[in-house]
Design a protein around this ligand. Structure first.
Ligand SMILES: Nc1nc2c(ncn2[C@@H]2O[C@H](COP(=O)(O)OP(=O)(O)OP(=O)(O)O)[C@@H](O)[C@H]2O)c(=O)[nH]1
Ligand SMILES: [Mg+2]
Length: 332
């Protein structure tokens, strides 16, 4: 599903260093020729796309970015140090707009593209440039150029990497709320979630986007319940996290109902990698849980992840596995 991430930031290129006014000091010569060096260039501001990033979240914490100023020139024709550009990394898919969001300045469609949005201020010239036949001791020099500044509006269309699917009330939104900063509505009745929600999951220092959609029921593909209109949102995910309620007395049927809905919707969904979780394990006896896991293993031939969103059990293992699968999918 799509979700817009945005950030407004202030950027400023470094000023150029001023040119220097200086004269050679030589033995027996009162005042030598001009030897004031040029100022160094200020650092520019460059945006660079990076496929390992998924969100603009970082720009919510830090919003001001200034490149360094160039150093002033010095005597003996010494040029001031120029500064390297400040490189701001953004996810692929980021669009850079003018402050009001009306003018598209750059669109990053591929990995590792660079775009210089503001060049650094040029360094000024030292007085050695201004020597002439009529003026052998010029005091003239130029100042460094002031580095440009602007407010930029960054916009990114987020696509979810993983989608939560399952019957109503199995704990999908609870899973999202536990694993991301999202705050979906959670309640003990069917169809609590009426529209999709998104969150960003952080695993070690990597991240992926997780979508929570309304529960599916038998016949959803034919319009029952909230129907299948939200399935299109997860068609472009890399992974489905299928949540099954451990307290149900018919988990095999529950599993097959969802599989049937996914398969009836599209072959794309049918073939998606599925991570199977049996949730609410805090509410069932161990013996009963074992039996249910065995049954699911038998009919799916898949690894079953026992979890409790409520009690925060087993979620890390699911996230790690999801990230692993997502990375394989991203590299396809
Ligand atoms: N005991 C227990 N209850 C849970 C667990 N996870 C969720 N619940 C409860 O199950 C109910 C439904 O949770 P939700 O997260 O809203 O379920 P959902 O799948 O998003 O439901 P829909 O949006 O209606 O499809 C709530 O009362 C939750 O508190 C769990 O791990 N253990
Ligand atoms: Mg929900």
């Amino acid at each position: 599903m799509q979700f817009i991430d945005e950030a407004k930031i202030y950027i400023k290129a470094g000023n150029g260093g001023n040119g220097s006014v200086s004269f050679r000091r030589e033995k027996f010569i009162d005042r030598g020729g001009p030897d004031g060096g040029d100022g160094g260039d200020g650092g520019g501001i460059i945006f660079q796309s990076n496929s390992h990033l998924n969100t603009l979240l970082e720009f919510r914490y830090k919003r001001h970015f200034k490149a360094e100023n160039g150093q002033p020139g010095k005597g003996r024709n010494m040029t001031g140090k120029s500064r390297a550009p400040l490189v701001l990394k953004v996810p692929v898919g980021t669009q850079i707009f003018s402050e009001d969001g009306n003018l598209l300045i750059h669109d990053f469609t591929e990995d590792n593209q660079q775009f210089e949005i503001i060049p650094g201020g040029k360094g000024g010239l030292g007085n050695s440039h201004f020597k002439s036949s009529t003026n052998k001791s010029p005091r003239k020099r130029t100042e460094g150029e002031i580095g440009g500044e602007m407010d930029a509006y960054l916009k990114l269309k987020l696509l979810s990497d993983a989608g939560l699917v399952g019957l109503p009330n199995v704990g999908k939104s609870t899973f999202l709320s536990r694993t991301t900063a999202a705050k979906p509505k959670i309640a003990d009745y069917h169809f609590t979630t009426l529209k999709p929600g998104l969150g960003v999951v952080y695993v070690s220092d990597e991240e992926f986007v997780l979508a929570d959609i309304p529960g599916l029921i038998k016949g959803a593909h034919a319009g029952s319940g909230l129907g299948d209109k939200f399935l299109k949102h997860i068609e472009r995910c890399g992974v489905l996290i299928h949540v099954i309620d451990a307290t149900s007395s018919q988990i095999d049927k529950d599993y097959l109902t969802i599989r049937n809905e996914l398969e009836s919707y599209s072959s794309l969904l049918k073939e998606k990698i599925e991570i199977l979780c049996i949730n609410k394990i805090d509410s069932v006896e161990e013996k009963e849980l074992k039996k249910k896991i065995k049954l699911l293993e038998k009919i799916t031939s898949k690894k079953i992840y026992p979890i409790s969103g409520y009690a925060n059990i087993g979620l890390d293992a699911v996230l790690k596995q999801a990230l692993r699968e997502i990375k394989t999918w991203r590299n396809k």
